[in-house]
Each structure stands twice: as structure tokens, then as C-alpha cells.
Design a protein around this ligand. Structure first.
Ligand code: NAD
Length: 487
């Protein structure tokens, strides 16, 4: 397997060190060993990357759809051939296990193949005008340079989603990956697309040391040549990004955190509901934005559901992410581990019942289930990124919806019921960007309109929906004859 030792920035088609010459060591979350020495860029690197993206823009925006398509299709095939290496990189860089690595790989190969057709999507409309002799068009064109800021947690998908559709639509991009995923969420994409024939400057990657994201991100957003921001990450950071973008009058697509409910109604088939809930809460060690954080169960079935759910959760294999049997691997870093421990302890101190888990085991946090968590506990109202889930009892379906919506977030939700039509009626009442009936909340496909409402963000990713976010509509009129004016 390929061993990554060094991650350099990619600016204007060149692999470059940080302008200031600094580096940092990115560590493997499971072994603690150095995964790679990474360029620690700063505002100067961000400006250089914007310059490269701006230079590449006219040619790329004017390129033939067929040429863009060939590059993306070649990249899809190349990614498909590198699956074993990528699985290894995802495990070593982010602690991602085999199952979720395959989820990411499948998504990205399909994303590239679908995006390859985007250049051929209709680019406008002919509009009727009340002005005789005037032809009017609404024409979609690229927005220009896009700043893409991505998180670490599903690094391959979230960096891919942030760059592939904007590039396919004729924009150029500066990608700022998380300090926890500079390779699989950054340099890897630059290499994949460059090897597939992407011209220099169309995709640039700037990396930085932990704690230094703010200066790089602010430089990108403030630069007048950057015309749109695509941000995926926590709500706390998203709020900062939106404030800076607002100051510079720029639109930001914001994909933020969630506190996602899974409702289990009294008519749900129990073993299937338990399987769904365990997957939704613990896939990728609870470190996806879509994970079920609260399982709201109708009172009549709660005792049976809780017994089966806790038993299955407690038995999930935990440990080395490179072991294909592992379900719950290490959490991303020490800070995340101590936050999980502190929040569980706080909830228990406030009166919650701990049904399983609750204490770190080495670098892992074992599957943890709590019931009776009081509303003032942080676990009850804030996203807690890890394998911790809350059980909540509801009187009936109406009460379940009320409880599900008792949050400032609104990303994903699931409803499990014996009657899918009843589930669809309830889905329309939920304040969530995505609702799956008879499935748990963790599911995404490249062509779907993925995104949240309220504190979970604004805007949608998804091939077909991306055009709304990463193109500008220009109104063009043309006349053959001169107009008659009143003066
Ligand atoms: P994060 O907010 O800490 O970081 C996200 C990005 O913002 C990273 O690139 C980081 O370097 C950068 N950043 C951090 N501090 C910054 C600052 N002060 N100014 C500017 N940029 C800054 O999030 P994370 O821990 O990397 O990722 C997990 C979070 O992302 C969770 O909240 C999760 O729910 C969310 N997420 C949302 C989606 C979605 O589609 N809605 C998808 C995945 C993850």
C-alpha cells in the first residue's frame, strides 16, 4: 500500500511548501504515530491560491463540456482502481473503518460520473418580454472562484462534494481541508484530478496547522476575487463563516451540524427498528453529521426496544479501524474524546441513566446509550460528535414529532413505522432538510438535495441542485430595432 509521508499544498498546478516554510505533524488517531508531515500554510498561501484560481478561470469557464466530462470520467475510473489504498489512507488519517470507507468511495465514484454530465445541463431559459422586439434570456454562468472549506469527518466525500460540482460547472476552486484530513480531504483530490488532466489552477489546495484555520479562511472569504463560499462543518464555525461572508456581501452555502432524531412508532417492526437505530447511531463511530443523536420511541414499545437496542449497541466490536470487523473505531483526537467523557458525566450528574458505555477505552469511546437526559444537559441540546445516543420516550406520534423538533438544528431525521404513508405525513411536519421513512437518518446520494434548515445550514449540495448554488443567473436582452424613448 502507498504510504503518505508528506502533504504539500497544490497551487497553480505545483506541489509547494508553505510560504513561511512551516509544517505540522498530522497523527493517526488509532496508533498515535505521525501519518504525514503537512505544509502549514497561512494567509500568503491562501492569496497565492486565489491568484492561481483566478488566472485559470477564463479558460476553464470557456472550456468544452466534453473536455470537462473526460477529466471527471477518468478521475472516477482512477478512484475506482485505488480503493485499497484509499481505504488505508482514510483509516490512518481519520480512523475511518472499512464499511464507511466503502460508503465514501462508492459516493465519490458516482459523484464524479454524475458530475461529468453537468456541463451538458441546460444553461438557461428564453423569457417572454412585454417590450416589443426584445428577446430576453436568463443565462447561467459560473460564479468564478469558489472557496471550499471542508471538515475531516467524511473527508473524501465532503471535500469531493465541495469541489467536483463547482468545477464541473466551470468554476475554479481553492479548497481548504481540515487540519485533521489534509490528505484525503485535500491533496488527494488535487492529485486525482490533476492526473486525470485537470489544468493547473482549476483546483488549488491550501493546508494549515491546527488552530490556524481562521486566518486562512478569512483571507479566502475577504478576497474580492472569491465569489462564493462552500462550507461544511460545525454550526459554531459556520456561524463565523456566515458573519464574515455577510460582511463581504458574499453568498455562502452552509452545511452544518445536526441533532438528528430517529422516531420509532408503536407500529414499527421491532427487530428492524433496532437494527436501523444501531446503524444510525454508531456508523463511523457516530462521527457523521447525519447520525441519529436522539431515538424517540413511542411508550408502548420502549421497554422491548430499549432492551434489544442496548444489548446490540454494547456488543459492537470496538478498536482498530483497519480491522474489517471493527464498527466503533477511535474518535478523531484527544479533545473529542474528553468532550464525550465530560458531556456524558455531566448528563449523569444531572440525573440521566447510563445504559451502556460512558468511559473512554484507550483512543475509543465505546457505544454509549443514555435515557432520561434532562434538557439542561449539553448532550440534550448540542451536537455531540461521537458514539453517544439518547433514548427518549414519547406518548404518541404527535408527541414524538414535537420532541423531534425541540431543537435548534434541522439536518436529517428518520421515522420507523408499519405504515409508510403515515410516515410520509409525519415527515412533512418535521423541521428537517432530509427525512427518511422506514430508514435511519444516515443516507446520502450524489444526486440528492442534501442540506439542512435552521441551525443546520442553508443551501443544497447534490448534482442538479448544485447549479443553484454555484452558477449565477444573468439576464440578457437583445433588440434588432432601436427603441422609442419618451425623451
Ligand atoms: P469544524 O467546524 O471544526 O471545521 C470545519 C472546517 O472549518 C475545517 O476546515 C476547519 O479547519 C475550519 N475551521 C475551524 N475553525 C475555523 C475558524 N475559526 N474559522 C474558519 N474556519 C475554521 O468541523 P469538523 O470538526 O471538522 O467537522 C465536524 C462537524 O461538521 C460536525 O458539526 C458535523 O455535523 C459537521 N458536518 C456537517 C455536514 C453537513 O453536510 N451538514 C457534513 C459533515 C460534517
Amino acid at each position: 500500500m502507498e504510504r503518505v509521508r508528506e502533504v504539500r499544498q497544490h497551487i497553480g498546478g505545483e506541489w509547494v511548501d508553505a510560504a513561511g516554510g512551516r509544517t505540522y505533524d498530522k497523527r493517526d488517531p488509532w496508533t498515535g504515530d505521525v501519518f504525514a508531515r503537512v505544509a502549514a500554510g497561512d494567509a500568503d498561501d491562501a492569496r497565492a491560491a486565489v491568484t492561481a484560481a483566478d488566472r485559470a478561470l477564463p479558460d476553464w469557464a470557456g472550456s468544452r463540456p466534453a473536455d470537462r466530462q473526460q477529466i471527471l470520467l477518468r478521475a472516477a475510473d482512477a478512484l475506482d482502481r485505488q480503493r485499497d489504498d484509499v481505504r488505508g489512507h482514510l483509516a490512518a488519517e481519520t480512523g475511518c473503518g472499512a464499511h464507511f470507507a466503502d460508503v465514501q468511495l462508492d459516493f465519490c465514484v458516482r459523484l464524479l460520473r454524475q458530475a461529468a454530465g453537468l456541463g451538458y445541463a441546460p444553461t438557461g431559459q428564453i423569457l417572454p418580454s412585454d417590450l416589443p422586439g426584445t428577446r430576453a434570456l436568463a443565462v447561467r454562468r459560473p460564479v468564478g472562484v469558489v472557496a471550499a472549506i471542508a471538515p475531516w469527518n467524511a473527508s473524501l466525500v465532503l471535500a469531493g462534494r465541495a469541489v467536483v460540482a463547482p468545477i464541473a460547472l466551470g468554476n475554479t476552486v481553492v479548497l481548504k481541508p481540515s487540519e485533521e484530513a489534509p490528505f484525503t480531504g485535500g491533496a488527494f483530490w488535487a492529485r486525482l484530478l490533476r492526473d486525470a488532466g485537470l489544468p493547473p489552477g482549476v483546483l488549488n489546495v491550501v493546508t494549515h496547522a491546527p488552530g490556524e484555520a481562521g486566518a486562512v479562511a478569512e483571507t479566502l472569504i475577504a478576497d474580492p476575487r472569491v465569489r462564493r463560499i462552500g462550507f461544511t462543518g460545525s454550526t459554531v464555525t459556520g456561524r463565523r463563516i456566515a458573519e464574515i461572508a455577510g460582511r463581504h456581501l458574499k453568498r455562502a452555502v452552509l452545511q452544518l451540524g445536526g441533532h438528528n432524531p430517529l422516531i420509532v412508532l408503536g407500529d414499527a417492526p421491532l427487530p428492524a427498528a433496532v437494527d436501523a437505530a444501531v446503524y444510525g447511531a454508531f456508523v463511523h463511530s457516530g462521527q457523521t453529521c447525519m447520525c441519529a443523536r436522539r431515538i424517540i420511541v413511542e411508550r408502548t414499545v420502549m421497554p422491548d426496544f430499549a432492551a434489544l437496542f442496548v444489548e446490540k449497541a454494547a456488543g459492537l466490536p470496538t478498536g482498530d479501524p483497519s480491522d474489517p470487523a471493527t464498527v466503533v473505531g477511535p474518535v478523531i483526537n484527544e479533545w473529542a474524546l474528553s468532550l464525550l467523557e465530560r458531556r456524558v458525566r455531566e448528563a449523569v450528574d444531572l440525573g440521566a441513566r447510563l445504559l451502556t458505555g460512558g468511559r473512554p477505552d484507550g483512543r475509543c469511546f465505546p457505544p454509549t446509550v443514555l435515557a432520561g437526559v434532562p434538557p439542561e444537559a449539553e448532550l440534550a441540546f448540542d451536537e455531540t460528535f461521537g458514539p453517544v445516543v439518547l433514548l427518549e420516550e414519547a406518548d404518541d406520534a404527535h408527541d414524538a414529532v414535537r420532541r423531534a423538533d425541540a431543537t435548534d438544528f434541522g439536518l436529517t431525521a428518520g421515522i420507523i413505522t408499519g405504515d409508510p404513508y403515515r410516515g410520509m405525513d409525519l415527515a412533512r411536519q418535521l423541521r428537517a432538510g432530509v427525512v427518511h421513512v422506514n430508514d435511519q437518518p444516515v443516507h446520502d446520494e450524489p444526486q440528492m438535495p442534501f442540506g439542512g434548515v435552521r441551525d443546520s445550514g442553508a443551501g443544497r449540495f447534490g448534482i442538479g441542485f448544485a447549479a443553484e448554488e454555484f452558477t449565477e443567473v444573468q439576464w440578457v436582452t437583445a433588440r434588432r430595432e432601436p427603441r422609442t424613448y419618451p425623451f
